[in-house]
Design a protein around this ligand. Structure first.
Ligand SMILES: *Cc1c(COP(=O)(O)O)cnc(C)c1O
Length: 438
């Protein structure tokens, strides 16, 4: 008898972010198709993709417009190296991304994944200061609970014990400062008060050690992997001012919160600031192909511009600026423009908020319901240790892909999820919540 796809997968594939032994009780789900907000399993079950397949998918699976752009690009050029060469998709994408920052971040450097974008931003910041005669600026500051990827370099600024502790001896840890997470509000404190308090700690850090600090990296407005920790834009305004005062680069990691996820195209726009370096990945290719990009200010770029090779930024990846991935990103930006996606999402987000309020009102275990644009979340009190896996399994049985982070249940649907589908997603979540509590 021939082995099933699942049996072959378990024998040959090592899955990410997974204790493989857990697959003995909850095996991976074979997916053979996708259609809009739906994933289709091998046995024909349709699953609502409530978390955009790990936060990457914006306009649905097998989107006809992105598919058409990729087919067109396939017949022109699949790939060419970007060192010594250039091509239309990478040029157009770089121009359009710069324009989306109002021209503030005029140069784009490409890689294939988010962690690499983090490392590029860190290396660029450090090397820019060195080229400017300030090599002592060689340390980084990040937020408590910050997540910026899991390669050895990115782990330096990723403050998630589960991902970092085993590798701590390999990593040159950055310093952490308190998170402005609004859940930390004391009685009577507003989210803006928490932001000001956290900014006070950042001020103390930079006052004491600013001359040794190259950059401060954060996820604007929502710390995703920390469990959708949301905070007031006031923190970004204050952090921007503090970084300016101490000549510290501000790196906004918008790998998860960029591309309209929080309501504006970039999350940092809600604080009316610009970072010095901006990391994008995940949604930028519509969730189609591995692509990441670091946008930087022109003065950072100019710090490398020289006759001396060693003053250049000698970083590369084989697939830097891959034409297919760039074309997927261009098709994604086209959809934003043609469909006025940000306006449409305001209504979709309003429904998301209503469903969050209506589905779990007064639930004894539901804490801190919260929302920012197209992200909604709540925490579950007294959750059992294996709550996340239990909830995931119960949601699958109810027809939805939802995968809590610890005891935080969150919704991060693709922007093509219709009203009825959103309601079905929340119905599945309510069902899964009951099914996963003791
Ligand atoms: C996912 C993510 C990363 C890492 O991206 P990968 O492509 O998984 O390496 C970095 N920062 C943030 C904020 C993320 O959400």
């Amino acid at each position: 008898m021939s082995a099933t796809l699942l049996q072959r997968s378990l024998a040959a594939v090592w899955h990410p972010c997974t204790q493989m032994k857990h697959h003995e009780t909850l095996p991976p789900v074979p997916i053979v198709g996708g259609e809009g907000p739906w994933l289709i399993t091998e046995n024909g079950q349709r699953l609502l993709d409530g978390i955009s397949s790990w936060w990457v998918n914006l306009f649905g699976h097998c989107n006809p417009r992105i598919n058409a752009a990729l087919r067109d690009q396939l017949d022109r050029l699949e790939h060419a190296m970007l060192a010594g060469f250039t091509h239309p998709p990478v040029v157009e994408l770089s121009e359009r991304l710069a324009a989306l920052t109002g021209g503030a971040l005029g140069h784009a450097f490409y890689a294939s994944d988010g962690a690499s974008a983090t490392e590029i931003a860190l290396k660029m910041s450090f090397h820019a200061w060195r080229n400017l005669g300030l090599p002592q600026k060689n340390r980084f500051v990040c937020l408590e609970g910050g997540y910026h990827g899991e390669t050895v370099g990115a782990l330096a600024v990723t403050d998630v014990a589960l991902f970092r502790d085993a590798y701590a001896p390999l990593v040159r840890l950055a310093d952490t400062v308190p998170s402005p997470d609004a859940r930390r509000a004391a009685p009577g404190e507003s989210a803006a008060d928490v932001a000001r308090r956290a900014a006070g700690a950042l001020a103390a850090k930079l006052d004491a050690e600013g001359e040794h600090i190259a950059a401060f990296i954060l996820e604007p407005l929502v710390q995703g992997a920390a469990g959708m920790a949301m905070y007031d834009p006031e923190y970004l305004r204050l952090a921007r001012a503090l970084c300016d005062r101490h000549r510290v680069h501000l790196i906004c990691d918008e790998i998860a919160v960029g591309c309209g996820r929080t309501g504006t195209f970039f999350a940092h726009e809600q604080a009316d600031i610009r970072p010095d370096l901006l990391c994008l990945s995940k949604g930028i290719s519509g969730g189609y192909l591995p692509l990441s990009v670091v946008l930087c200010r022109d003065d950072i770029f100019r710090a490398f511009y020289d006759d001396d090779m060693r003053r250049g930024f000698l970083h590369s990846h084989s697939y830097t600026g891959n034409p297919l991935a760039c074309r997927a990103a261009l098709a994604t930006l086209d959809i934003f423009a043609e469909d006025d996606v940000l306006a449409a999402n305001r209504e979709r987000a309003a429904l998301l908020g209503r469903l969050l309020a209506e589905t779990f009102p007064g639930h004894a275990k539901v804490r801190h319901p919260r929302q920012r644009g197209m992200i909604a979340a709540f925490d579950v009190e007294d959750a059992p240790p294996d709550f996340s896996r239990r909830f995931f399994a119960a949601a699958l049985a109810a027809g939805a892909l939802l995968r809590p982070i610890g005891n935080t249940v969150y919704f991060m649907p693709p922007y093509v999820m219709g009203d009825a589908e959103l309601r079905a997603l929340f119905a599945a979540a309510a069902h899964a919540l009951e099914g996963s509590l003791p």
